[in-house]
Design a protein around this ligand. Structure first.
Ligand code: SF4
Length: 96
């Protein structure tokens, strides 16, 4: 029996086109450095793409990606947004 919360770790039906990787009618851009460690990033023909967000660079240009599984945004004493890595135990608990 399939696991209830199992994530899709493949870009099923994705196709490489002249414009880029086409997935569900959207052209995906490759993930950026900040995505390193995120469980949503999926390898397709040697490059990593994000099925949750087509333009990872744009997602990170505003603040911390809210879909990220490896980090979470926090606010420090000066009110600046900080990137807080999630501990492995918290990441595991999220999957429950
Ligand atoms: S969910 Fe966010 S952090 Fe994770 S791969 Fe996609 S864009 Fe990057």
């Amino acid at each position: 029996m399939a696991k209830k919360n199992a994530r899709v770790h493949a870009l099923e039906g994705a196709e490489m086109t002249a414009e880029g990787l086409s997935y569900k009618g959207v052209i995906l851009e490759t993930v950026v450095e900040q995505c390193d460690g995120c469980e949503r990033a999926v390898d397709f023909e040697g490059k990593n793409y994000c099925p949750s967000y087509a333009q990872p660079a744009k997602k990170w240009s505003h603040s911390v990606c809210n879909f990220a599984t490896h980090v979470r945004a926090g606010v420090d004493k000066e009110g600046k947004v900080k990137v807080n890595p999630l501990k492995a135990s918290k990441r595991a608990a999220r999957g429950r």
